[in-house]
Design a protein around this ligand. Sequence first.
Ligand code: 13P
Length: 249
Amino acid sequence: MRKPIIAGNWKMNKTMAETKAMIAELAPMVEGAECDVVLCVPYTDIATAKKAARGTAIKIGAENVHWAEKGAFTGEVSAQMLKELKVDYVIIGHSERRQYFGETDQTVNMRTQAALAAKLKPIVCVGETEQERESGKTEEVLYRQLTEGLKGFKSKDFDKIVVAYEPVWAIGTGKTATANDANETIAYIRSVLNKKFRGVGEKVRIQYGGSMNTKNCKELMAMPEIDGGLIGGASLKAQDFSQIVNYNK
Ligand code: 13P
């Protein structure tokens, strides 16, 4: 069985002091959680978050990683640098990176390779825009993002790789895909991966992301294809995030 994974994506939010306070509040609330609990935080918060999460159920992730080992890449951070901080997970190819920072399927591919080489667990994001959805291109877009973004990988890499399906129109908008729609699209993602990578369909964990919150998490998580959530806004408050983590209680 696939172990569910609920991950927060803090985006560009929280100072170190806020990080420390939130994790101290959250830790007892998620003790004994049946799913993997992850917080992906800004680079500047990682060391604080790691320290605050020590001995708790919370794992820490980064929000991006560069593909090169080192070099002239101003503003970027390498996988080894994250490894040195004992980061467990890293988000790759978030739609905000694709939209505002020129991320492509090719750079997603290179970043994912670098993350795996450093034994980080990549959370690879895919998802269609509203326009793509309205013009009936959802499956075409997902197919391209998955096959290009994950080209050259092996079945065993999916023991580590988590895929996050985040329809762009649902991010930060309060609009959620219906549980049935999300389930159906994630089933499609699973079938594409299963065709490309032998035996992966059964084991790859696929999250839903996009306005997931305390109200809709139970219904989404009850869907057979949905193995978790990637939570933006609702991951910024310990109360809300812990309720999502404890969706089955
Ligand atoms: P919201 O939960 O704020 O819609 O953000 C989703 C997201 O982008 C998580 O990566």
